[in-house]
Design a protein around this ligand. Sequence first.
Ligand code: HEC
Length: 95
Amino acid sequence: MAMSINKSIIIISLFAVAGSSSAMGADLERGKALYENHCQFCHSIKVHSRKNRWPKDLDELRGIVDLRQKETNLHWSKEDIDDVVDFLNTTQYNY
Ligand code: HEC
């Protein structure tokens, strides 16, 4: 009986490790999810491919993302902002 409880604890912790390692390095996915959940109710991703785009460089892009998340009271961490900036820069801006 004690054996099988130990085994299930080991199995549960293996799942936990697998789960966290697949989340690591998936920052773009995370940035995409954050964007889709919190930014898209105002504009689609198309706003970022306008000809007269607003941010001129990576710093400005970060500034806008930070401004937006503050305005929307999202309380994003630096990591959240990084992930969304990464996502937008990789898929849209390429600065
Ligand atoms: C309350 C509505 C609203 C929300 C919420 C919002 N945005 Fe925006 N965003 C706008 C509008 C409107 C513009 C266009 C502004 C302009 O043309 O000057 C814009 C433009 C932008 C631009 C510049 C686009 C370009 O290339 O010209 C970026 C970057 C951006 N938003 C990022 C975000 C991010 C990231 C979030 C989520 C944290 C977000 N926005 C949430 C309204 C919103």
